[in-house]
Design a protein around this ligand. Structure first.
Ligand code: ATP
Length: 631
């Protein structure tokens, strides 16, 4: 049943090519031997030695029990034999007690040593887990925006969680279980062969081989069924996630029943696959049980023949049966382990793939930090297209003087946000270059670039934490006074004061316990607290009503003073006072100038302005132009 508890991969994730197991294994051992885990190396070696000792004791224990019984039975008078001498009987009894004590000790330690090993090895596996998961987590964070956008939500988390868990599993099973189990089988087969004859040894080994082969073949078949089941499960989870994350839309369209029907359909498909998978598991268990039982019957028959031929004694039979039971016990785990090892090696391989994936936007080796002081920005012939899409920006060139307030406007899809993404190096421009204070942003570290910039985005995303943590996200050590000042500037102080828990109020998942306008002001306070050289406002007041917008606009102007500011706006009134306005259309600069220049020119900007003026005079909300306007 263990395999059903696994969370399935998405179909795309399942298409991972089969891992080359030995390569994965070598990499894992290297991981284990990393300097961060150096202090645990003694424990690793000790654990391995203890495992081998336990296996050797497991093989030896039945031999002593059998010898003890043999000593006693030899000294017992048979039906037709003369009674044994008192001394010989006492000697046999003493020998029996000695053998039993050794058997007891060997049996005890063969079972206790693995427990001792696990108790101190757990620290090693947990630390390995932590080191690998932390590295993968950081690596994923350092990846470009494209990397994250092209992955399903939660997929990365799954890769990290499963990959590190799978490493622990592989380590425990291969090094401490399956590997030593085969060593135990070899030892047991040798001991049986030497002490009780090769026939018994052959039966034991043949049973093991048949069991292993059967398990491997049927597991391969079952894997296909499980994959189909996993895909059905992924679909089911996607339906659930989709519905719950879009609950507002579902409610608004009274689509609850429709969603329930969709859920039921996905559930039925999953159920069908689950039942098939369960049946295949039952079939496998029956087959395994048959082989094991046949092996035991074979051993018993072979032993009875040996007894008839007087080549085995009573104690020997006992020893062989015990040894066989010892061999079969790990065989049970072998079946389960084969399934899990295969899955785990794929999980580990995916984790290594993630670690191997070089970020598409990376710092050049030895890149210096950007020491932006002025905040001059220049785009020089910048072109960019998202993967598989038409160019979003073509040959865009402009420059912004330090301290200027520049508005960027244009119809929806014109490339305004793309411009900002390139400035932050979320993507690298395909052609041309972007400079800050005459330094190409590709030559400096991304950390320093993003410290020099602060973004108040269209949709401020918040962590499910307190307001304090969210406001101070860019400056974790900010003082209470500094946070307070930022809140004041963002026109948020009065709102926070009204909250019973003030700054300790938790904002809910993605900040959903705040209104759109409040979220945006938190984003603004966050940017103000950062005190950046360049401030970027991407529709920063779009969620505010006109009254609040006016207030926040004042705050924005105050925050923008003394630093270069780029403001993307649909509502042209918010940037009418800008030093300079860049009008984008279909990825190209259509025109530039001050508000007065552009109005006089009578081009795209003038038409947008006129349109918005008419709309606001009619009392209609001033909305962005739905249609691109051609120049
Ligand atoms: P809006 O005012 O509606 O926010 P915008 O002017 O900011 O629009 P961008 O978001 O820069 O426009 O988009 C420019 C073009 O690039 C659009 O055609 C858009 O569909 C496309 N685009 C944006 N982001 C991506 C992405 N991650 N992958 C593919 N195409 C994208």
């Amino acid at each position: 049943m263990r395999d059903f508890s696994r969370k399935p991969d998405s179909p795309a994730e399942n298409r991972h090519p089969p891992a080359i197991f030995s390569v994965t294994l070598v990499r894992m051992v290297k991981t284990l031997w990393r300097p961060e885990l150096k202090r645990w190396r003694v424990r690793m070696v000790a654990a391995f030695v203890l495992t081998l000792m336990a296996k050797a004791l497991a093989v030896a224990a039945p031999v002593f029990l059998g010898e003890g019984i043999n000593l006693l039975s030899d000294a017992m008078p048979g039906d037709n034999s003369p009674p044994a001498q008192g001394g010989a009987l006492r000697f046999a009894a003493l020998g029996f007690v000695g053998c039993i004590l050794i058997y007891g000790a060997a049996r005890f330690f063969s079972n206790a040593l693995p427990q001792v090993r696990d108790s101190f090895f757990v620290r090693v596996t947990q630390n390995m887990n932590r080191v690998v998961a932390q590295e993968a987590f950081l690596h994923a964070q350092k990846q470009s925006l494209h990397f994250h956008l092209s992955r399903r939500a939660g997929a990365l988390n799954r890769i990290i969680e499963r990959g590190s868990g799978a490493m622990e599993f592989l380590l425990r099973f291969l090094v401490f279980n399956i590997g030593p189990t085969f060593v135990e089988l070899a030892m047991a087969a040798t001991v049986i062969g030497i002490l009780y004859g090769p026939a018994l040894s052959v039966v034991a080994v043949a049973t093991v081989l048949a069991y292993t082969l059967f398990t491997v073949l049927i597991t391969e078949w079952r894997n296909r069924l499980r994959r189909a089941m996993n895909e059905a499960d992924t679909e089911l989870k996607a339906v659930t996630m989709d519905t719950f994350t879009n609950f507002e839309t579902v409610k608004a369209f009274a689509a609850e029943e429709r969603e329930a029907v969709r859920f039921d359909g996905a559930m039925r498909r999953y159920m069908g696959h689950f039942i098939r998978s369960m049946k295949s598991m039952n079939l496998m268990n029956i087959g395994q049980e048959f082989i094991m039982t046949a092996g035991l019957v074979g051993v018993a028959l072979t032993a009875s023949l040996a007894v008839q031929q007087s080549s085995m004694r009573v104690g020997d039979i006992m020893a062989v049966i015990l040894m066989m039971t010892n061999i079969y016990r790990p065989l049970n785990i072998l079946g389960f382990a084969w399934r899990e090892i295969k899955q785990s090696s794929v999980d580990v391989e995916k984790l290594y793939d993630l670690l191997d994936e070089a970020p598409s936007v990376a710092d050049v080796p030895g890149a210096p930090p950007l020491l932006a002081k002025q905040g001059a920005i220049a785009f020089e012939g910048v072109s960019f297209a998202y993967e598989g899409r038409a160019p979003s920006l073509s040959e865009v060139s402009f420059s912004i003087e330090p301290g200027q307030f520049v508005g960027v406007v244009g119809p929806s899809g014109a490339g305004k946000s793309t411009l900002v993404k390139l400035l932050f190096r979320f993507y690298d421009a395909e052609k041309g270059r972007i400079t800050i204070d005459d330094i190409d942003i590709r030559t400096v570290t991304q950390d320093s670039l993003r410290t020099a910039l602060s973004l108040v985005p269209q949709d401020v995303s918040l962590f499910n934490d307190s307001l304090r943590v969210n406001v101070a996200y860019g400056c974790p050590g900010a003082s209470e006074d500094a946070i307070r000042a930022a809140l004041e500037k963002a026109q948020l102080a009065a709102f926070v004061d009204r909250l019973p828990l003030g700054l300790d109020t938790v904002v809910g998942e993605r900040g959903l316990k705040l209104s759109g306008g409040e979220r945006q002001r938190v984003g603004l306070a966050r940017a103000i607290l950062n005190d950046p050289c360049i401030l970027v406002l991407d529709e920063a007041t779009s969620s505010l009503d006109s009254g609040t917008e006016e207030e926040v606009q004042h705050a924005l102007m105050a925050a923008a003073r003394g630093r270069t500011t780029i403001s993307i706006a649909h509502r042209l009134s918010t940037i009418a006072g800008a030093d300079h306005i860049i009008v984008l259309d279909a990825g190209k600069i259509a025109e530039t100038g001050t508000h007065a220049d552009l109005i006089t020119r009578g081009g795209l900007y003038a038409r947008l302005w006129q349109k918005q003026r008419v709309e606001s005079e009619k009392g209609m909300p001033v909305m962005p132009s739905p249609q691109p306007v051609s120049v």
